[in-house]
Design a protein around this ligand. Structure first.
Ligand code: COA
Length: 255
């Protein structure tokens, strides 16, 4: 069986490649563990100066694995997904992303924590939480307002409609667009450029840039509590089952 995540070193850059294309790189608990560990590894190993998260050709990630939502419900600060989120919030290690194709749920919200985000013009983003009977996670209820203003954030989070790469650029979720064949070269060049900077000053710069985000950790916890509650709701279970049964969910009985 192929590993669902591949890691590779390019000098000071650690590349973390989501590699479960047959399930659109949907993220399982084991995958979150590798993603969370990578951040801790970079924090304790000065040889890893920058992290680069990417997916496969035409797929970044379809977000949390919905089987796991149904059967392996994540909860508590030590759950793999929450470890990954908390590590993203806390870390001063620079992070770059290369996004091609679908970036759903946490596939979009993780980008709000990263420092440089490259996306192809065929990348497609969405925050479908509301359509699954869920609430925003990973601090996105705060970071999205910061990125694109209250009204756009409300539209994206209250309607859950997918949006294009060009829109993601306008909303401040993506730093730069490129053609699919340029994606890894561009992202890797950006990561190498960061890796060549003086490490302590670079990390201190990231900490300073994030000073105004100090209430974020509290927001992540508040979201996490609501999210876990929603995962147990009849509306969410209906949405997850509807996904696998390839039909539209019916929320009427739960209103
Ligand atoms: N969890 C579990 N399995 C998933 C998944 C997810 N989040 N996303 C996709 N898959 C699986 C599908 O069930 C399908 O498996 P199968 O081949 O065994 O039937 C396979 O991946 C391919 O997905 P499919 O839906 O056929 O691909 P698509 O190109 O038509 O659509 C998406 C791609 C991403 C738009 C669609 O799969 C989707 O909406 N996924 C759910 C996204 C989501 O709601 N994530 C949770 C966010 S909180």
């Amino acid at each position: 069986m192929t590993a669902a995540i591949l890691t590779e070193r390019d000098n000071g850059v650690l590349i973390i490649r989501l590699n479960r294309a047959e399930k659109k790189n949907a993220l399982t608990a084991d995958m979150y563990t590798v993603m969370a560990d990578a951040i801790e590894q970079a924090e304790s190993n000065r040889g890893i100066k920058v992290l680069l998260y990417t997916g496969t050709d035409g797929v970044f990630t379809a977000g949390n694995d919905i089987h796991d939502f149904l059967e392996n419900t994540p909860s508590g600060p030590d759950s793999p997904v929450n470890r990954f989120i908390v590590n993203m919030v806390r870390t001063d290690v620079p992070i770059v992303a290369a996004v091609d194709g679908v970036a759903v749920g946490i596939g979009t919200t993780m980008l709000l924590h990263f420092d440089r985000v490259f996306a192809t013009d065929r990348a497609r983003f969405s925050l479908p939480f509301i359509n699954l009977g869920l609430v925003p996670e990973a601090g996105s209820s705060m970071l999205l307002v910061e990125a694109c203003g209250y009204h756009k954030a409300a539209e994206l989070l209250m309607l859950g409609k997918p949006f294009t790469a060009q829109e993601a650029l306008e909303y401040g979720i993506v730093s730069e667009l490129c053609e699919p064949e340029q994606l890894m070269d561009k992202a890797l060049a950006a990561a190498r450029q960061l890796a060549a900077k003086p490490q302590d000053a670079l990390r201190a710069t990231k900490r300073l840039l994030r000073r105004s985000r100090e209430p974020l950790a509290e927001r992540v916890l508040a979201e996490g509590e609501l999210f876990s509650g929603c995962l147990e709701s009849a509306a969410a279970k209906e949405a997850f089952n509807a996904f696998f049964e390839k039909r539209a969910p019916n929320f009427k009985p739960f209103d």
